[in-house]
Design a binder for this molecule. Structure first.
Ligand code: 3PG
Length: 213
């Protein structure tokens, strides 16, 4: 089974919102060109399932996952479509347990100790801290590290090329997530070169900071 660590190895996990499944394959290819080999396609649009299916079938080098999974039905749809990992904005014990049963890695969203404890009880070690910047960013992550030294964090929400470095420098951070390399506008405009450019800049920053780790 794939681990969240393998999914997040390139340091950035783009949060992708696609209105049209036809954009999925060119977006995935543009990300790969920029050094990003995992993408989270969110269930915020009706194109999510078909988009995941297309990437899973046509771009096998891309580790495609499902984001914004807020109920068990979406989890089943995602896995059926070929999603290799699941991200949720919150912590729901039923969704987490079902993902574990299905053998698909899941990263639930947390901002409080109690939410972390829901996942810990079910055996998880990696959590999405969302929305990161609104909930105190690194300062809060450092405070949460006290009682939970065993966990790793994937922060998302308000992270971009300008503030990613401070997250990369923190050993609690597995990788960061965000939409800045694949904005809705870029996808709508078909700006795939722009997606590659922003992806390359983000992965280069991660590599530069972590090169001696
Ligand atoms: C998410 O679901 O992780 C966020 O929508 C990403 O946040 P961002 O758009 O601020 O990067």
């Amino acid at each position: 089974m794939l681990t969240v660590e393998q999914v997040a190895a390139c340091g950035v996990v783009p949060v992708v919102v696609l209105e049209d499944a036809e954009q999925a394959v060119p977006t995935a290819k543009a990300l790969l060109k920029g050094g990003i080999n995992a993408m989270e396609i969110t269930f915020r649009t009706s194109a999510a399932k078909a988009s995941i299916e297309k990437v899973a079938r046509e771009v096998p080098e891309m580790i495609v996952g499902a984001g914004t999974v807020v109920n068990v039905q979406q989890l089943h749809d995602a896995v059926e479509a070929g999603a290799k990992f699941i991200v949720s904005p919150g912590s729901d014990a039923e969704i987490i347990a079902e993902a574990i049963r299905l053998g698909v890695p899941i990263t639930p969203g947390v901002v409080t100790p109690s939410e972390i404890m829901i996942g810990l009880k079910l055996g998880l070690k990696v959590f999405k801290f969302f929305p990161a910047e609104n909930y105190g960013g690194l300062k809060t992550i450092k405070a949460l590290s006290g009682p939970f030294p065993q966990i790793k964090i994937l922060p998302t929400g308000g992270i971009n090329q300008n503030n990613a470095a401070e997250y990369f420098k923190n050993p609690k951070i597995l990788a960061v997530g965000g939409s800045w390399m694949v904005t809705k506008d870029m996808v709508a405009a078909g700006d795939f070169d722009g997606i590659t450019e922003k992806s390359a800049a983000a992965t280069a920053l991660f590599k530069e900071i972590r090169k001696d780790w």
